[in-house]
Design a protein around this ligand. Structure first.
Ligand code: 6PG
Length: 299
């Protein structure tokens, strides 16, 4: 299948590598030409502009947008609209708010263009080697793009979730859960660190990763993080957030659903901007492990 990828940051770049490995043809574009040039060496087709991306595709054109959530997504869509035709397909695989995805779907629908909001999980490694995709959009049209997901998702790692908005809604809730799970793991290690015992955190994470009820990828990443820095002395406990947790809590408030764990996990992230803690270091290290998100280092 041939498609265009606009946005070659750490997720877009890795997704393209994954697609190329599965023999899809990908036309790549980014405001910075460098990553696109590198991908050409792996078989991608370079496009210097969005116009060029569209020109290199044939009907129905499939354009995947992988840019930071927010205004940039609208800017790209507004550029694309006059260049695309009825029946073409636009995918937003970033972490957009589901309400913005609903509005974008309506706008594109007015031009006969199909829109898919896709929540992408699994971090940078998942994007390159098999990720998880939560997909919202028209069911019949999904059949056209499904072969891509059969290749780039990990086994059973994609779901057609329903109409537009559902993909990003699912990803939002997923991230709310992610906040709670990470906070909980981190608090556990804080409790270990304050005890009278001399625990080896890497070994604890290892044993909890093997056969225990709380074994998980996050626990494996906890083990990785401690294997590199046994007490996380090198980083600050600053737990940044890029919005998904906030949207989850806002949605819970709108729907009057009680989500205390997710809400408090979010508030702890804000608190961490003021107070350094050991559990903050654990969450910061985990965000770095799965998403490549920057940590604040101690010199
Ligand atoms: O599922 C995933 O692969 C992650 O959730 C990914 O999407 C990203 O790393 C988070 O959006 C970070 O979220 P915060 O910046 O809010 O921690």
């Amino acid at each position: 299948m041939k498609l265009g990828m606009i946005g070659l940051g750490k997720m877009g770049y890795n997704l393209v590598q994954n697609m190329l490995q599965h023999n899809h043809q990908v036309v790549v574009n980014d405001v910075n030409p460098e990553p696109g040039m590198k991908l050409v060496e792996e078989g991608a087709e370079f496009a210097a502009s969005i116009e060029e991306v569209v020109a290199k595709l044939s009907s129905p054109r499939i354009v995947w947008i992988m840019v930071p959530a927010g205004q940039i997504v609208d800017q790209v869509i507004d550029k694309l609209i006059p260049m695309l035709e009825q029946g073409d397909i636009v995918i937003d695989g970033g972490n957009s708010h589901y309400k913005q995805s609903l509005a974008r779907a309506e706008k594109l629908d007015g031009h006969g263009i199909h829109f898919f909001d896709i929540g992408t999980s699994g971090g940078t490694n998942g994007a390159a080697n098999g990720g998880c995709f939560m997909i919202g959009g028209d069911k019949e049209t999904f059949a056209i793009i499904e072969p891509i997901f059969q290749n780039i998702a990990v086994d059973r790692g994609y779901l057609y979730a329903g109409k537009n908005g559902s993909g990003h809604y699912l990803k939002m809730v997923h991230n709310g859960i992610e906040y709670g799970m990470m906070q909980s793991i981190a608090e556990g290690f804080e409790l270990l660190s304050k005890s009278e015992f001399d625990f080896n955190y890497e070994e604890v994470a290892r044993v909890w990763s093997n056969g225990s009820v709380i074994r998980s990828w996050l626990m494996e990443l906890t083990e990785n993080a401690f294997s590199k820095d046994p007490n996380l002395d090198g980083i600050r406990g600053v737990m940044k957030s890029s919005g998904e947790g906030k949207w989850t809590v806002e949605t819970a408030l709108d729907l009057e659903v009680s989500t205390p764990i997710i809400a408090l996990s979010l508030l702890m992230r804000y608190r961490s901007l003021e107070t350094d803690t050991f559990h903050g270091k654990v969450v910061a290290a985990l965000r770095n492990e799965f998403g490549g998100h920057a940590v604040e280092r101690i010199n």
